[in-house]
Design a protein around this ligand. Structure first.
Ligand SMILES: [Zn+2]
Length: 96
């Protein structure tokens, strides 16, 4: 079976975008990006945000959480349920 990456929709592509970037894939060379100016622009935005975020947050932070923030910043959280939890604060257990 051959996966036509170029044939994927913007929605599909964008839903995989965080994973692909997170796994270190070079999305600028992605077939869809090369054929889709919209996603190319989006990718550039994401990379800019991600780059800035990396400098703000230490590497210790899980990328998933980072992407949540980025995605919400973009404003595309249509079909994602938001947990009704208040702020989750990670408590680092100091020695004891
Ligand atoms: Zn696209």
């Amino acid at each position: 079976m051959t996966e036509n990456l170029k044939d994927m929709t913007c929605e599909e592509f964008q839903s995989h975008m965080p994973e692909m970037i997170g796994s270190g894939e070079d999305l600028s060379g992605h077939p869809h990006v090369q054929s889709c100016a919209l996603c190319r622009a989006l990718l550039q935005d994401l990379e800019t945000i991600a780059e800035a975020a990396r400098q703000l947050f230490p590497v210790e932070d899980p990328p998933d959480r980072l992407w949540e923030q980025i995605q919400s910043a973009i404003g595309r959280d249509k079909d994602s349920e938001e947990p009704k939890e208040p702020e989750v604060t990670e408590k680092q257990p100091s020695r004891g």
